[in-house]
Every structure is written in structure tokens, then in C-alpha cells.
Design a protein around this ligand. Structure first.
Ligand code: PEP
Length: 252
């Protein structure tokens, strides 16, 4: 059966010492505690090696927030999937709406990134989601369908089965405006059905689909109670240990 997962996305926040402190706190909060989901933190590239030294990855997974769409070479400022893997990280967020919106990431580049993540044994946390205009003009199912088809449906069933999906309606990210649990469930059920049609029921039932967008301790329980919502990708609320743990503990 699929896993429940709560993953933090720190984005471009914290210095290295601050990040190490936050990771140390989350690691301590998880130590000796039985939680009912996998817990992951995705942190800036600069933090990966230091954070890896202060966490127990049996309890707290570590990921990057992006990786390059090339293996290596003359790509000044880029960080490759193999570099990420060499820090000890095992996850990578790909296709976050902020990357799509501000850095021009397309399905074509994302396809390359996914392939490189797999080559380096990184688990992609692959983000999809519509902007407000698409929600309002009713094209949101088609938008999400295209994002998944274009970047992921070239994968073998075996590889697709290793992807974690994160549905993040862009209008809910960092806005304080959460999708209702019914809106999240409607989209998650739609996504799962797309996977059934492409890869069959078994792969679909085993795929974790996270919700992201202003998820916090006060709304996590209702969201996670929905049958097709398998956890959350958490931005702002992952920057405070107590808030992040409050969301982890929503799986009781
Ligand atoms: C995110 O950016 O992945 C996210 C879900 O952000 P926030 O929780 O701050 O809305």
C-alpha cells in the first residue's frame, strides 16, 4: 500500500547555521516518537551536507528542492542530480510551480530532470497544479493532466511507481488560501484515475499523492482524512519545528 508522507519545502529560507538548527530540532522531535507517516525535509543545496550530518535518515528523509537537467559540464550555477545524491540526499522536488513560473521550467526540461533523478537513485517529489485563472475558467483538470502526461507518462510502470506526486494549486501556495479538503480530494481522485488508465490499478493504488498549499496544523487533519490525500508538501509551516510536527501528527 502507498505511504503517507509529510515533506517540508524550505524554499530559499534559512542560512546554513539556521537550517542545521531547524533540522536538529525536527530530528530531535522525531527521535523516540512513533509517527504514522514518512517525514522528509527538502532544503537548499548549500544546506544538504551539513543537514545530513545532524539527522537520522531512518526517521527523517533528506531532499533537494531542484536539480539540473544536464548530467555535468558547462552549466555555471547549476547543481546536478549526482551532486545532490553525493550529499546523502535521497529525494528531490521537481516541477515546483515557483520553478515553472520564475525559471521557465517546462515539461521537456522536467522530463530530463526526472530521468537524471532516477539515474542517481533520487526519489522525485513531482509537483503539478493549476494557477488561479485556470481554476476559475474550469481548465484545471486538463492542466494537471497535461503536466503529468508530458513529463511523467514516458516512464516505465516501475519508475512511475517510485514517483511521489504533489498536487499544489498555485493559488493556494503561500497565500493562506487552502484548497478545501473536497477540492483536494476531487483532484487527487482524478489524478489517481489517470494513473489507473495509464499504468493500471496496482501502480495507481501504490502512488502517494501529496497536497500542498497553505497546509498547516489546523487544516492538515481534514485534508489527510480524505481517501486520496496521502500527505502534504509543506512550505511556510515547515520552517517552524512545532508547526511542521503538528502536521506530521495529523496522521494519528
Ligand atoms: C510549497 O511551496 O510547496 C507550499 C506548499 O508552500 P506553502 O505551504 O507555504 O503554501
Amino acid at each position: 500500500m502507498r505511504k503517507n508522507i509529510v515533506a517540508g519545502n524550505w524554499k530559499m529560507n534559512t542560512t546554513v547555521p539556521e537550517g542545521v538548527q531547524l533540522a536538529t530540532e525536527v530530528n530531535a522531535a522525531l527521535a523516540g516518537k512513533k509517527v504514522n507517516c514518512d517525514v522528509v525535509i527538502c532544503v537548499p543545496f548549500t544546506h544538504l551536507t551539513s543537514v545530513n550530518q545532524v539527522i537520522n535518515q531512518n526517521k527523517l528523509g533528506l531532499g533537494a528542492e531542484n536539480c539540473a537537467d544536464h548530467k555535468s559540464g558547462a552549466y555555471t550555477g547549476e547543481v546536478s542530480a549526482s551532486m545532490v545524491a553525493s550529499t546523502g540526499a535521497t529525494y528531490v522536488i521537481l516541477g515546483h510551480s515557483e520553478r515553472r513560473q520564475y525559471y521557465g521550467e517546462t515539461s521537456e526540461t522536467l522530463k530530463e530532470k526526472v530521468a537524471l533523478a532516477f539515474e542517481n537513485n533520487l526519489t522525485p517529489i513531482f509537483c503539478i497544479g493549476e494557477v488561479l485563472e485556470q481554476r476559475e475558467n474550469g481548465t484545471y483538470f486538463d492542466v494537471v493532466k497535461s503536466q503529468i502526461e508530458e513529463a511523467l507518462f514516458n516512464l516505465s510502470a516501475e519508475d512511475f511507481g517510485k514517483v511521489i506526486l504533489a498536487y499544489e494549486p498555485v493559488w493556494a501556495i503561500g497565500t493562506g488560501k487552502t484548497a478545501t479538503d473536497d477540492q483536494a480530494e476531487e483532484m487527487h481522485a482524478y489524478i489517481r484515475n489517470l494513473i489507473v488508465e495509464k499504468y493500471g490499478k496496482e501502480v495507481a493504488e501504490n502512488t502517494s499523492i501529496l497536497y500542498g498549499g497553505s497546509c498547516k496544523p489546523s487544516n492538515a487533519k481534514a485534508l489527510f482524512a480524505k481517501p486520496n490525500v496521502d500527505g502534504g508538501l509543506i512550505g511556510g509551516a515547515s520552517l517552524k519545528c512545532a508547526d511542521f510536527m503538528g502536521i506530521v501528527e495529523a496522521f494519528d
